[in-house]
Design a protein around this ligand. Structure first.
Ligand SMILES: *Cc1c(COP(=O)(O)O)cnc(C)c1O
Length: 496
């Protein structure tokens, strides 16, 4: 059965998956959503015998129904290859009785690689299918990890340019170094004076700027998005939840149809939404546990039904979750509003004008699959240390937030369902915070000294992504104000 996509703010127009991937964000400011969530066509037992690539095909073909088998298999083969440092692509590691789904074995050692390795291929294929002759300009706001993963994915891809905005003082030193050393003539990296929400709001404005779109079209250019609002990001993320369940089944860790819970360290709500889609496809998932850091907008939302971003923005040791506007939540709001674009658009208007909205009691009732909680900075650091002391396994700061929230969930509910924790970054990406949590004495060491020390104490080789930036020259040093983003983009594109 075909799946079509429409905007969460106006569902009168249906487009194909490839068109939705090309556009990224709908012109009305809404996000594209599938008209239904397809059911898996194979049993979990059948899927348990499959490789990551085969699983990816079985899941993605159900969402991207206008792609041919050959197109999709080619995209998958190009994405999930030796860029990953393990054949299984997303290994499960058991620690303290939970299963850590390591999503950081790709080129930039964060889970963004899971989707951004394939997005450029989906995008180019989509352009061909739709006879798009324009050059595609990827415009991205990043809280640190998307930027590098998108840069790595799109660098030197013919027919594309990529521009990344990041909060100048809001990313880790390793994250920044990864981005500003990016090679490729089609890449452009800019730090902005502001936080991630400023960067994301600025990018959304540029997407909706009709004057800019017209000027770009006159130069055979068009924007698309590599942010997690693109369904070309969301769909590949569903795959690893299916794969994780299938692996647990294959290894005899769970029985047929046994439910598992999933914990996701959450920022923009993309990763956990993918888990929700997996559940709705038929993967036996019980609770979706949404873990926040001190920017706990989502915890408050699940607790009260009020989404309120009017609060202090906190810079934490898990910067990829330092977000007060979780864009992908709009897809869930639309769904629990009964797929009513008018209702959803009113809430989003309230969010942009008042910084808050309230869902109805009927909508709240549909959130029973979700459990929200948060971990503060101390709890996160304590979790890293305790896990290391107990098992020798080193968690990154984001995964540690998830792990701490999982402990709170178990204490709250006594639910002992087997649990998969999305492990979203390598500890090598947040070395300083991780090492300081294990022992404050490490604070005296330099960034790369710490990398070597982490490698020693964790008994894990330094990932290639970190090795590469040790000595790499800085190629991007642009910094701008958030009001200058449009001018910066135009200058880079050579359009005035
Ligand atoms: C992006 C990111 C997150 C948050 O994921 P969302 O899909 O935005 O909720 C969590 N951890 C890490 C390491 C990330 O890079």
């Amino acid at each position: 059965m075909e799946v079509y996509y429409s905007s969460t703010r106006d569902n009168s127009k249906m487009i194909t998956a490839s068109q939705a991937i090309l556009q990224g964000l709908s012109a009305d400011g809404g996000l594209f959503v599938p008209d239904h969530i397809p059911a898996l066509s194979l049993s979990m037992r059948e899927l348990a015998g499959m490789s990551y690539q085969e699983t990816a095909y079985e899941v993605m073909k159900l969402f991207l129904t206008d792609f041919t088998e050959e197109e999709l298999r080619t995209c998958i083969a190009r994405a999930y290859d030796a860029k990953f440092d393990t054949d299984v692509i997303a290994p499960l590691v058991e620690a303290e009785g939970a299963y850590y789904l390591e999503l950081f074995h790709g080129a930039t050692i964060a889970f963004k690689d899971m989707a951004l390795s394939i997005l450029p291929h989906l995008m180019i294929t989509s352009a061909k299918k739709n006879q798009v002759k324009n050059e595609i300009v990827i415009l991205t706001a990043t809280s640190g990890d998307t930027g590098k993963a998108a840069l790595a994915g799109f660098a030197d891809v013919a027919g594309t340019k990529i521009i990344v905005f990041y909060p100048k003082n809001g990313v880790s030193p390793i994250q920044e170094k990864q981005m500003v050393t990016q090679k490729g003539d089609n890449t452009f990296v800019v730090g902005i004076h502001g936080n991630f929400d400023d960067a994301q709001t600025g990018v959304k404005k540029l997407f909706n700027d009709q004057e800019l779109a017209a000027e770009m079209a006159a130069h055979s250019l068009q924007f698309s998005s590599a942010n997690s609002i693109n369904i070309g990001r969301l769909v590949p993320q569903v795959v690893y939840y299916v794969y994780a369940y299938a692996q647990l089944l294959k290894e005899g860790k769970i029985a047929d149809a046994e439910k598992i819970n999933v914990v996701v360290p959450t920022g923009n709500f993309g990763n956990i939404l993918a888990a929700f889609y997996a559940k709705n496809m038929g993967v036996p998932i019980g609770k979706l546990i949404c873990a926040s850091n001190e920017n706990k907008v989502l915890f408050d939302f699940f607790r009260t039904g009020d989404y309120d971003r009017n609060r202090e923005f906190k810079l934490t040791s898990s910067p990829s979750m330092d977000i007060l506007i979780s864009s992908n939540l709009e897809r869930l709001i639309y769904r629990i509003a009964g797929s009513d674009p008018v209702k959803n658009a009113a809430m989003m208007k309230s969010l942009s004008e008042q910084g808050s909205y309230q869902i109805t009691p009927e909508m709240r009732e549909q959130l029973s699959d979700f459990y929200g909680n948060f971990a503060d900075e101390q709890e996160t650091a304590d979790r890293i240390k305790a896990m290391y002391d107990n098992t020798g396994y080193v968690l990154d700061t984001h995964t540690a937030v998830a792990s701490a929230v999982y402990q709170k969930y178990v204490a709250d509910t006594k639910d002992e369902t087997k649990t998969v924790i999305a492990s979203t970054a390598s500890p090598f990406k947040f070395t300083r915070s991780v090492m300081n949590a294990i022992d404050p004495k490490y604070d005296a060491m330099g960034d790369f000294e710490l990398v070597d020390e982490l490698s020693r104490i964790a008994n894990v080789a330094v990932p290639k992504a970190v090795e590469e930036i040790r000595t790499a020259p800085i190629l991007h040093d642009h910094v701008c104000d958030k009001t200058e983003m449009k001018a910066v983009v135009k200058r880079f594109l050579g359009i005035g």
